[in-house]
Write a protein that binds this ligand. Structure first.
Ligand code: ZN
Length: 174
């Protein structure tokens, strides 16, 4: 198992839509294990394959630090087939460091996909699980939380990031 590098904004691979996984083989299962290890080592509650530069429809999530009734989940080709309600929730993202913004989400979702053994998953989710599923599935479509907040907030984040990078550069040159 290995901890993979998590890409951060504005890496263009984060914007690339992911492809369906056609066959789940041992290589896919090994990659999913690496994704889980990467998520835990970054103290995240979810991770999408595109965040580690792999454009395949795979997500892992473990929201138990927030809602202990849930446990680790890995979903291949996840798809939201139905949803209802709306909720504003403050979200962060391992690929968008230091950004915590309220994002509009569906309150309840119905998920379809496959587990790492190729068995079909169909489940209803609400609360933090529903929100995290939507966040991770967004990643598979090349959508970041920055795409879901106002243009003004996005611009502020870009400026902050630029300043931070300039500062790091200056410090590196000293
Ligand atoms: Zn994210």
């Amino acid at each position: 198992m290995a901890v993979l590098e998590i890409l951060t904004y504005p890496n263009p691979l984060l914007k690339r839509p992911c492809c369906e996984v056609e066959a789940i083989d041992d290589e896919t299962r090994a990659f999913i294990k690496d994704m889980v290890e990467t998520m835990y080592s970054a103290n995240g509650i979810g991770l999408a394959a595109s965040q580690v530069g792999v454009s395949r429809k795979i997500i892992v999530l473990d929201v138990s630090p927030i809602d202990p009734q849930h446990e680790l989940m890995a979903v291949v080709n996840p798809e939201i087939v139905a949803s209802e309600g709306e909720i504003d929730h403050e979200e962060g993202c391992l690929s968008v460091p230091d950004c915590f913004e309220k994002v509009k989400r569906k309150e309840k979702v119905q998920l379809r996909g496959m587990d790492p053994d190729g068995r079909e998953i169909e489940m209803n989710a609400e609360g933090i699980l529903a929100i995290t599923l939507q966040h991770e599935i967004d990643h598979l479509n090349g959508v970041l939380i920055l795409d879901r907040i106002s243009g003004l907030k996005r611009e502020l984040y870009r400026r902050q990031l630029k300043k931070k990078k300039e500062k790091e550069k200056e410090e590196g040159e000293e």
